[in-house]
Design a protein around this ligand. Structure first.
Ligand code: GDP
Length: 400
């Protein structure tokens, strides 16, 4: 009724944050966790836009109640048209006429990677003071923006109470909120039992290639092999011998690879089939799907993507690709500090090929660099010891 009236309503006992389903599945899992924490910090009820597939992917996290937006919510049809230019966005409102804010039925928070300096004022305490008074907030984002919440002074104490260990934020939020539906769980459980559970050690390798052109690329394969050998995650092979059997029990390692492309997996699998390892270990290499390209609107595609993120989280050691939220979800749920494959430049494998992450936290890819008090630019990655620049993106921010 409040929204249909089209009028600004007075603050009520119940204030809401509506999360819009937007972007790839990894992004959505990170943004939903971010929105949940923001709602918690600001005493709002979080409501979840079901998009095309949210209900197929996740169980309701809270018993007896639903976090899903009612199907007759009056402005759902407008969600897809909200963008950086929207008149009702907070940033544009600030630009046009800041005094007009008290006649709005709701506020649209545009926190997508293309947001501008005004939109980014969201991360300032002064603006939070105003936003607090608006009963309905509608948020669209494709970013894990939690690291910047840690830089807002009024949230500091509550965040310290909630997360004494700062590098566990997504780990706890993720495991609390995201429960696979039976369909997804079936995929996870069957795959795990059939291919992974009996191995002495499970290694996950998540390959996400952002280059244009169809893979597989030799330089990416070279990088995967260089990283896993150098970091002692997998043993080398002996191309001279047919059989190597050292005394004692020979371990088996199961390697779970995920990629849109099957080429990397086939090469690694063949390498360990055609040659013995120098240690005598047996290496099984498995990849659940190779979907070819991102098909965000397809139901089974996202079901598989979610199952694969979850399976990666069940491994003992994890290798991930730079910039990929798919990998961030896996590492966070698994409580794993991954080895991150550096982003290749000019079609060449970087040297060193990978490095160990500082923490299991995801990276905020588009953080603000603004000192709200001094009203100047500032390096937000150098203000406090627990918010640093990311390993895989020099301008990103992550909790450590
Ligand atoms: P990001 O683009 O790597 O940050 O991750 P997102 O999950 O946000 O978007 C990529 C999307 O591409 C995924 O949601 C999947 O739909 C698809 N995708 C990418 N890599 C894989 C993969 O290894 N397996 C599957 N099944 N899908 C993938």
């Amino acid at each position: 009724m409040q929204l249909k009236s089209g009028q600004q309503t007075d603050p009520t006992d119940c204030n809401y944050l509506v999360w819009i389903s937007f972007s790839g599945l990894g992004n959505r899992i990170l943004t939903l966790a971010s929105a949940f924490l923001y709602a918690l910090l600001t005493n709002r009820v979080l409501l979840v836009d079901r998009g095309v597939d949210i209900a197929d992917l996740f169980c309701e996290p809270f018993p007896e109640v639903s976090w899903l937006l009612p199907t007759d919510f009056p402005i759902t049809a407008q969600f897809s048209s909200f963008n950086q230019k929207s008149d009702l966005s907070y940033g544009n409102m600030l630009k046009k006429n800041p005094t007009q804010t008290d006649v709005l039925p709701f506020l649209y928070l545009h926190l997508v990677h293309d947001y501008d300096d005004q939109d980014k004022l969201f991360f300032c305490d002064q603006e939070q003071d105003f936003i607090k008074k608006v009963p309905w907030l509608i948020m669209k984002t494709d970013n894990y923006f939690i690291p910047s919440l840690f830089l807002i002074p009024s949230f500091e104490q509550e965040l310290r109470n909630l997360f004494p260990e700062k590098a566990t934020v997504f780990h706890f939020l993720g495991r609390y909120l995201f429960h696979p539906t039976n369909q997804v769980w079936g995929l996870v459980a069957r795959y795990y039992r059939a291919y992974l559970s009996k191995a002495d050690e499970k290694i996950g390798i998540q390959i996400r290639v952002f280059d244009t052109g169809v893979g597989p690329f030799q330089h990416v394969l070279d990088q995967i092999i260089a990283c896993t050998l150098k970091e002692n995650l997998l043993p080398g092979i002996n191309p001279e011998e047919h059989i190597i059997s050292p005394p004692g029990k020979q371990n088996t390692k199961a390697v779970l690879m995920t990629s849109l492309n099957s080429g990397y997996f086939e090469k690694v699998r063949d390498m360990y089939w055609e040659h013995p390892t120098v240690t005598g270990e047996f290496i099984g290499v498995y990849q659940p799907s190779h979907e070819g390209y991102q098909q965000t609107e397809k139901q089974m595609h996202n079901v598989k993507a979610w199952a694969e993120m979850y399976l990666l989280s069940l491994t003992d050691k994890l290798v991930t690709s730079s910039w990929s939220t798919f990998g961030y979800v896996a590492q966070g749920l698994g409580g794993l500090k991954p080895w991150i494959l550096y982003k290749p430049e000019n079609q060449t494998a970087p040297n060193p090929p990978c490095r160990r992450a500082m923490s299991m936290e995801p990276c905020f890819h588009a953080p603000p660099f603004y000192d709200c008090k001094k009203k100047t630019g500032v390096d937000t990655g150098a203000l406090v010891p627990h918010v640093r620049h990311c390993e895989d993106m020099s301008w990103g921010l992550k909790l450590v």
